[in-house]
Design a binder for this molecule. Sequence first.
Ligand code: ZN
Ligand code: ZN
Ligand code: ZN
Length: 270
Amino acid sequence: MKVQWLGTAAAEGWPALFCRCESCRRAAELGGKNIRMRASALVDNELLIDAGPDLYAQKLRFNLDLAQVRTILITHIHSDHFLPDTFELLDEVYVGGEKRAKTELYGPVDVIEKLADYSHLLELHPVSAGDAFDTCTGHHVIVLPAVHSAENGVFYLVQKERKSMLYAHDTGVFSDEAKNILRAKVTRPIDIVSFDCCYGTLPHEYGGHMGIEENALMKKFLENDLLADGHTYYACNHFSHNCRLTHDELLSEAGRFGMDVCFDGMQKEV
Ligand SMILES: [Zn+2]
Ligand SMILES: [Zn+2]
Ligand SMILES: [Zn+2]
């Protein structure tokens, strides 16, 4: 399984769209891994998780052939993860007249409802927590309930050929329901875990995202319940500019708990 993180910021991007705070200025000055677009990820070049406002820029920046994508998983309706009109561009007129099978798209019911105009281009599948299904790309997907401000928000575990990735965005600390689904349905230690780490080390009250300490807590849960083992790779992701830490500073904070830090374009193969 090959995963590429296309964007690794929260909704505002980092530097944030209309911001000139010190954190954003520093990111702009340092450049490189400190420049973060809105979050999405590509699995095995053909399964896309989330399709936000930066997908086109990501295609250009990483020279992606998104015509290979046959399955799309949407986590929730927030606009940093989902822009419905993007999918109009699957129309014949925008793909050089190429005749294609409909692209499969899975997502919570409110996401699916927004795509009614594109049902001739997309094979639409509403999902809810606890569902499990096989995609046309040969991936097996388990749907988990998110703790987040979007009603019906979910996150996904994706498996193929005995390899798996848990993509836990956007969510706070896992609910008991999510933990129980993982305990019931995951039969082998997970290979890659990508955690929502919106807050970095920033103290916070809102429980719909996590910071590094909560990621470490969830890592411990996965290890204690034998859902992960010594080979499991952990990466923190989906950072807000309010973190105020550079990529290298985030790396040293996450490193204390045995976790890596995502950057735009980062790839991992297991
Ligand atoms: Zn988000
Ligand atoms: Zn800022
Ligand atoms: Zn969100």
